[in-house]
Design a binder for this molecule. Structure first.
Ligand code: GDP
Length: 455
């Protein structure tokens, strides 16, 4: 990996500053050809900034600041520099071109972070955390990514790996010293140790239920017959006029999708066409889609209209939500008249019911609290437990759990300890793929392919 790479590291578009980044052994040599520092000193020191101008031979391009990082004290552990330009696309591209013309190669997506990983500055889970941090949409999510970037997950995995090593050592001793009658005791201890490890791993794996919510949000569908107030509720939730509100039935023909931040967790909201039998072709598609979305949703907000009788359309919705994670809303609660029949029918569903007025905003806070309670959102990031947010990590942990279970089983039926040791070693390999201790080049390339350019 001797080539020097460069890329524009700031987002596309005009900004106060733009950064062109270079990393590799020839980085300062290339820089020297295009940068004239104001202070003519040629000395290069890490963690310093020089002021000067970028030139294309004699032509002045921009006034810049250049930060220097000398290997190994840089993000990639290679020589690096960051050219802070005036953030215009043309200027940034021009400087990038100059770097390329003078010997640098265009970096692949995520290549800086990949080098940081390959050169041992961070492990794979930390590299993935960099990406997650960049992509975070809520504070809670970014806090979790930052924790992993600091190495919290890596430490936890290393800790479990150490316990697995110890177990292998303990049972292998019995192979080396068969004359001592220690095998039975060693095996019993090993089973106990492995069971403890399995508990740790299970806990980590289960944290993905919340980690997934942190990362992807909760897919939420709002259901209700036409005119129940779905669009109005969506607007009340979003506090803006996003969906068209009208009292002509069937205005929401397609779906409207929005994201809403509920105390740090995203609700991916979909407002659907009213569930009802209809002759209108366009609406028919909407109704079908609504049923399909409800099937896939993690949360259904089912809306019922206090001002109208409970009818077949409502019955249809009650059927759809039967075994689904649902919060029922009786909307239009600002209307004084009671609707006992509706309340009775809905209470038979056993689902939580909240009385709301999409117009006055009454009950909206209660809805938020219910969602928090349902998904245990308060617990996320409140304690310092590690939360798995990456599906790849979860899958590796699952593999390790399987391997540990097999090791336990084989120790319990007293198969030769070598066999158990093989399973434990497999668990170590499964975990090693999280931190990247042992991982194939293909997987590495697959992971970094999804990074953004310049990172
Ligand atoms: P959708 O077809 O389910 O999306 O229903 P809309 O949001 O378009 O609302 C249908 C009608 O009900 C409109 O005239 C709204 O103003 C009215 N509406 C919606 N929510 C409320 C509410 O909480 N109280 C009252 N009084 N009217 C409401």
């Amino acid at each position: 990996m001797s080539n020097t790479i460069c890329a524009i590291s700031t987002a596309q578009g005009n900004g106060g500053i733009g950064i062109v980044r270079m990393s590799g052994k020839d980085c300062f040599e290339i820089l020297n050809k295009i940068f004239i520092p104001k202070n003519s000193s040629k000395e290069i020191k890490g963690y310093t900034i020089k002021y000067g101008k970028i030139v294309d031979k004699d032509v002045f391009i921009d006034e810049v600041l250049v930060s220097y990082f000398v290997a190994p004290k840089s993000f990639t552990k290679e020589n690096m520099c960051e050219i802070n330009t005036h953030g215009g696309m043309v200027v940034e591209r021009k400087i990038l071109e100059l770097c390329l013309k003078n010997g640098a190669d265009l970096a692949e997506p995520g290549e800086f972070t990949k080098r940081a990983f390959l050169n041992g500055r961070i492990d794979l889970s930390q590299a993935e955390a960099v990406m997650d941090l960049i992509n975070s949409k809520t504070e809670k999510e970014s806090k979790e990514s930052a924790k992993q970037l600091e190495g919290s997950l890596s430490k936890k995995i290393e800790n479990i790996e150490q316990k697995l090593f110890n177990t292998i050592t303990a049972i292998e001793v019995t192979v080396d010293y068969p004359e001592y009658d220690i095998e039975e005791v060693a095996n019993r201890d090993a089973v106990k140790e492995l069971q403890d490890i399995k508990v740790d791993l299970d806990k980590l794996k289960n944290s993905f239920n919340q980690g997934k919510l942190l990362k992807n949000g909760i897919d939420t569908v709002i259901l209700g017959k036409p005119n129940a107030g779905k669009s109005s509720l969506l607007n009340a939730l979003l506090k803006e006029d996003r969906a068209i509100v009208s009292n002509i039935e069937g205005t929401t023909r397609d779906t409207i999708e929005e994201q809403l931040n509920v105390n740090g967790i995203l609700l991916n909201l979909v407002d659907t066409a009213g569930i009802r039998e209809t002759e209108n072709e366009i609406e028919k598609i909407g109704v079908k889609k609504a049923k399909k979305l409800a099937n896939e949703a993690e949360l259904i907000i089912a809306l019922f209209d206090k001002s109208r009788k409970f009818d077949d359309e409502d019955e249809e919705i009650v059927k759809i939500i039967e075994d689904k994670n649902t919060i029922i809303i009786i909307n239009k609660n600002d209307i004084d008249e009671e609707n006992k029949e509706l309340e009775e029918k809905l209470s038979q569903t056993g689902k939580p019911i909240i009385k709301v007025s999409a117009i006055t905003g009454e009950g909206i806070e209660e809805l938020y609290s219910k969602i928090e309670e349902m998904f245990k959102l308060n617990e996320i990031s409140e304690n310092n437990e590690i939360i798995i947010t990456n599906e790849r990590h979860k899958n590796q942990i699952q593999k390790a759990i399987n391997s540990v279970s097999q090791a336990i089983d084989s120790l319990e039926v007293e198969t030769p300890v070598d066999i158990s040791a093989i399973y434990i070693k497999q668990a170590l390999e499964d975990l090693g793929e999280i931190t990247g201790r042992n991982i194939s080049e293909d997987i590495i390339n697959e992971i970094f392919k999804n990074f953004c350019l310049g990172k």
